[in-house]
Design a protein around this ligand. Structure first.
Ligand code: SF4
Ligand code: SF4
Length: 168
């Protein structure tokens, strides 16, 4: 495992690169559509050397959007009714999305383990999205995520460094 980027410094580091990442998108919009393999290889390499258990930043700060299927799965695992899952852990936010009542997530342990790991919401399973198909569709979201997630920060740094946009 590599050394984790200092989470306190991450927003400052991401802010420094933000404009460069956005310029890369403007100059490589079409090219980015064919770059999934390269992005996924970076994701695999960087995820392997990153210890999420010594980070937990996403589970502490970002609220995943929770679907009805997620609630069903959580209810089964917790052996309670879906209405109880809703009442105990969830709320509907101002956009009408179902989210955790508060963050850090109530299922995050002090050791950064997830107490419902096998039944965690789909959004948690898919985070940080740097291995998803058609990565270009979440490129801008990834810039936002890079302020929170060291994996996304490093993927964007390496991607833009290895494909410098002419005239930056
Ligand atoms: S459910 Fe688990 S993976 Fe999802 S935010 Fe909570 S602790 Fe993290
Ligand atoms: S996915 Fe990113 S933010 Fe979440 S624990 Fe792993 S490195 Fe940290």
């Amino acid at each position: 495992m590599g050394k984790l980027i200092d989470l306190k410094l991450l927003p400052t580091l991401a802010a420094k690169s933000d404009a460069n990442w956005r310029r890369f998108l403007v100059k490589n919009k079409k090219k980015l559509e064919g770059m999934d393999l390269q992005v996924h290889a970076l994701h695999d390499k960087i995820s392997k050397r990153t210890d999420c258990l010594s980070c937990g930043n996403c589970c502490r700060t970002l609220g995943p959007r929770i679907t009805d299927k997620d609630i069903d799965r959580m209810a089964k695992t917790l052996r309670i009714k879906t209405s109880e899952v809703m009442a105990k852990y969830l709320r509907v936010d101002e956009d009408g999305d179902t989210v955790f009542q508060s963050m850090p997530c109530p299922f995050l342990g002090a050791d950064n383990y997830c107490a419902i790991y096998e039944s965690r919401p789909k959004a948690c399973r898919e985070y940080p999205h740097t291995d998803r198909k058609r990565f270009y569709q979440v490129y801008e979201l990834s810039i936002k995520n890079a302020y929170t997630c060291p994996i996304v920060y490093e993927v964007l740094e390496e991607l833009t460094a290895s494909n410098p946009a002419k005239g930056l």
